[in-house]
Write a new protein. Structure first.
Length: 617
């Protein structure tokens, strides 16, 4: 037999009989011997005499032998007349049964270990596939690799192919003895380094002692890290990570086994197989993460280009969308730290934060549907229309002077000496036209139109021309009078409606984009930034709970930036304290979320972006 099995007997007579037939691989003990109770797995046979009771330790695991007795219901019933030869066969059979049982238990234990490893690998795969952010994914991969390898340190590299030649980029290092944060670095892939060799050949490198590598190998160990930090690298396992095209996309390294009995030798086969399975799953997860990053970068570029296109059509608001996005996202970051439970409960996860940022950047996307001359209208009338009015008045003045000259050809100025009634009338007419022009120039500005000026503008409208020289009889056309009569700003009612329609255009345009699930609310968030809690906003007149908190934050940011922006030709930038007063006034009127406005003001969210504006200015 391969092992020394124990035979337990209940009395001296059995002890003597068994001793006579025992081979060197058997050992006999009385049941009272404590060795038996403490080593039940090594007991192959228990022999009980008349009246003996089966010991408790041989009634369950890990005892795997047989119990034979002269009486009672036991595994093997014995007769008093059992021969020595039969007893020897019984002992040998019991040892075989115990051996088979031991091997079975060992196989079962091995199977349980393999099943546990399989469950661990499956769980790791689930965990890796759920992590989309590359830095956290790489950290999770290296952490699980170290756990499977039971080692104290590890490192991770990625293969970069975005340059003329492939490069190996060191990304991460874990060491429970040296809590270091090593910087990323990139180097050429070659066979001289262990990591480079594995990346080029796709082969596993499993070394029991890095300082005892044969000189005939193409690679060698670089001891500079050990010298710098006083570390001693021993065992090193390097596993390539392959994608579905069998390309090496990265390297995982495990260093220094923890178990003392395994030190100084290569990692065992089971560990290598487990880490290969992990590396395969890791490669898929990394490629998925990189693909998502590429998609995000592509979309970031699309969003940035869209904002640039919008601002190219409306250069006077350049930077507005980016500032609104900054204000909004900074305000969103404060939700988790708010003392108000309602705001803390509304904390955004990373996907919702990204969705909000894109919505804020694209909130004015609908301006592409607004006519450019309306979008960029800085005064009530265009330069061309005002030039026409100036020419009309100049023509009228020339006509007045020509008629006066024809009637009084001898005036030094008009044919007669100054002071006559006709000269005064001429001067009065010219002054009246100059007054008209000055008033029209003033009314054309987007500032507030006072009541007196509005009345005088109405009088000018009634001014009749002596001849119908152009399409209308008065000094001003109906459209010109309507534009100049605007009491505040530069837009007529129709033009204001057209400007306001940009919100509807924003929703319509953005809703036409097939967003992924985590970005599906962008059209709603962006297309509601002019809604107010009391229902007075536009375009849909939403109220209170109908307006998501993301939009409420964006509305505050949009109003504040519109008030304080220094790039609006039709109005001066409002001081910050006055702009904050306007926000508070909107709160008192029930239009803005009071808790969010207070959070915006108390945290001074606006200071970062305002500082950037001042630097540019």
């Amino acid at each position: 037999m391969e092992a020394t099995w124990l035979i337990g007997v209940s009395d001296q007579s059995w002890l003597e009989r068994v001793a006579a037939v025992l081979l060197p691989t058997y050992r006999v003990c009385l049941l009272g011997d404590p060795w038996l109770a403490t080593h039940p797995a090594g007991v192959a046979l228990v022999l009980l005499g008349v009246g003996a009771v089966r010991p408790a330790w041989c009634q369950s695991e890990p005892f795997g032998g047989l119990v034979a007795a002269l009486e009672g219901d036991m595994d093997v019933p014995l007769a008093l007349s059992i021969s020595d030869e039969a007893l020897a066969r019984l002992i040998e059979t019991a040892c075989k049964v115990a051996g088979n049982r031991a091997r079975l238990m060992m196989l079962e234990e091995e199977l349980r270990g393999q099943m546990q490893s399989l469950r661990e690998i499956t769980q790791i795969g689930i965990s890796l596939s759920s992590e989309k952010e590359l830095p956290r994914l790489l950290d999770e991969i290296l952490k699980e690799a170290r756990k499977l390898a039971d080692c104290e340190a590890g490192s991770l590299f990625l293969v970069r192919k975005d340059g003329p030649v492939p490069m190996l980029q060191f990304k991460l290092f874990h060491n429970e003895r040296l809590p270091l944060q090593l910087p990323e670095r990139t180097f050429r892939i070659d066979k001289q380094s262990i990591a480079g060799y594995a990346a080029l050949t796709g082969q596993i490198v499993n070394v029991g002692d890095v300082y005892a590598l044969p000189g005939s190998l193409p690679y060698h160990f670089d001891p500079s890290f050990d010298r710098t930090y006083g570390y001693q690298t021993r065992e090193l396992l390097t596993i390539p990570m392959r994608n579905h095209q069998d390309e090496v996309i990265g390297i995982v390294q495990c260093l220094n086994v923890k178990a003392v009995h395994r030190q100084g030798q290569p990692f065992d086969t089971d560990t290598c197989e487990m880490l290969q399975a992990l590396a395969s799953q890791a490669a898929v997860a990394i490629e998925n993460s990189l693909l998502l990053d590429n998609i995000r970068n592509l979309f970031e570029g699309f969003v940035a280009a869209s904002v640039m296109a919008i601002e190219a059509r409306d250069p006077v608001t350049s930077g507005h969308s980016f500032r609104v996005a900054d204000y909004t996202c900074q305000l969103a970051d404060l939700l988790a730290r708010s003392p108000i439970a309602r705001l803390r409960d509304a904390e955004l996860n990373r996907a919702q934060w990204r969705e909000l940022r894109y919505a804020a950047l694209l909130h004015d996307f609908g301006k592409v549907g607004v006519r450019e001359h309306v979008l960029n209208k800085s005064k009530k009338l265009s330069h061309e229309r005002m030039d026409c009015i100036r020419l009309r008045i100049l023509w009228l003045k020339e006509r007045v002077m020509r008629e006066f000259a024809e009637q009084h050809p001898h005036c030094p100025h008009c044919g007669h000496a100054p002071g006559t009634l006709l000269v005064e009338q001429c001067r009065a007419q010219l002054m009246e036209l100059d007054t008209y022009l000055a008033l029209l120039e003033q009314a054309n500005e987007p500032a507030m139109l006072h009541r007196d000026d509005a009345d005088r503008l109405a009088q000018i409208r009634t001014f009749q021309l002596p001849v119908t020289f152009w399409a209308h009889e008065g000094l001003l056309s109906d459209d010109e009078y309507t534009a100049l009569s605007v009491t505040r700003g530069s837009l007529t009612l129709d033009e204001r409606h057209e400007i306001e329609s940009h919100v509807s255009h924003t929703y319509t345009f953005l809703a036409a984009i097939p967003w992924t699930g985590d970005l599906a609310q962008i059209p709603m968030i962006a297309g509601s930034h002019h809604e107010k809690l009391d229902g007075s906003g536009y375009p849909r007149g939403l109220k209170s709970d109908e307006i998501p908190i993301q939009t409420r934050m964006m509305t505050i940011a949009d109003i504040f930036d519109a008030l304080t922006a220094r790039d609006r030709p039709y109005k001066a930038a409002m001081p910050i304290d006055r702009a904050l007063d306007v926000l508070n006034m909107e709160v008192r009127d029930g239009k803005l979320d009071s808790d969010l406005v207070n959070l915006f003001i108390e945290a001074r969210v606006y200071e970062g972006a305002m500082s950037a504006v001042e630097q540019v200015a």
